[in-house]
Ligand binder design. Sequence first.
Ligand code: ADP
Ligand code: MG
Length: 397
Amino acid sequence: MAFTKKTVRDIDVKGKKVLMRVDFNVPLKDGVVTDDTRVRAAIPTIQYLKEQGAGIILMSHLGRPKGDGPEPELSLKPAADKLAELTGFDVKFVADTYGDEAAAACAAVKPGDIIVLENVRFLKAEKKNDPEVAKKLASYADIFVLDAFGTAHRAQGSVVGPAAYLPAVAGFLLEKEVDTLTSIFADPERPFVAIVGGSKVSSKIGVLDHLIDSADTLIIGGGMAYTFFLAKGYKTVGTSLKELDWVEPAAKMLEKAEAKGCKILLPIDNVVADHFGEDATGEIVASDAIPEDRMGMDIGPKTIELYCDAVKAAKTVFWNGPMGVFEMDQFAKGTEAVARAIADSECTSIIGGGDSVAAINKFNLADKMSWISTGGGASMELVEGKALPGVEALLDA
Ligand code: ADP
Ligand code: MG
């Protein structure tokens, strides 16, 4: 077990009021939730608390309000309605967070009730973890539950604040996310194959560094591969994405992998294009033979075979970052092939990162994966080996 904090299972909630920070930061269109994944993810804990006889006060942020007061288009009401629709429970929305209306609504909460407070970020001080915000929120309840994995890496008023004044424990989503994303470093079933792609080395350096410590094989794809080609001494990568300042760190990463016994796989061939566009002419070239006027857009067919074979042999796969510019169908083949290989395998598969999850959804493979993280930034921080402030603030188990 890689989760070392108390959870809702470890505390008596019967007849108590529970203030729970959830991640209802859902996409909205015309006041309707267009992707309810995050609302669904919070339901097991809500259901459990209700069954145990707690009164439930939910709060979340949504979008990026200015923080100077209510912004109707960023109200949490649609998320509250979605929760009611998905669970069949009575869910009362309160159009206030820190004022008298919210205090009165929380005071009236009875066992089994569920209320949803308004967007916590309609007040600027929330983001700064102002103690007044924390005290106010804590005054509403007897227990604090953090289940907002997607914001657990932020030391903000509604995430860490109430833990200073109330017994604070984790919800099931937070527990599962942290446990899953940290146990791949503690005790993965081997071979453990990590796949990292996406656009830049610079944004993934911490992820690569920590994965090398634990993975048996590290597969590299996407735009970052070209910086690694330069690190390997290839003369040119044409007009491909490259970060010249990161060639040296990439070379050090290759050395570290060698020293640690982590096998690194880089593309052996690539789909290159004459320009960055859906209408570009694609052709296949070897990695050390990219023409000066061509840019790499996807991994090539030989690389697909190599990567899929590595996936087939794996018992555990962690994947973050697409293998190519998957948003353009012509350059989505590498990402799709790797995604299908993971989906077809019996291995434990853990997917993190906003674009990687979008790719999996695009290919309709989500239900074939063992775990798809609901948090982009938070999951990456865990994979970098960092502690999450929201988790740190909870009671030790
Ligand atoms: P994630 O959100 O899963 O962590 P990233 O944000 O790191 O992934 O990277 C995703 C982006 O990387 C996608 O928009 C994709 O188009 C881009 N990308 C992948 N391969 C290339 C490439 N060869 N050249 C340019 N961009 C690429
Ligand atoms: Mg991304």
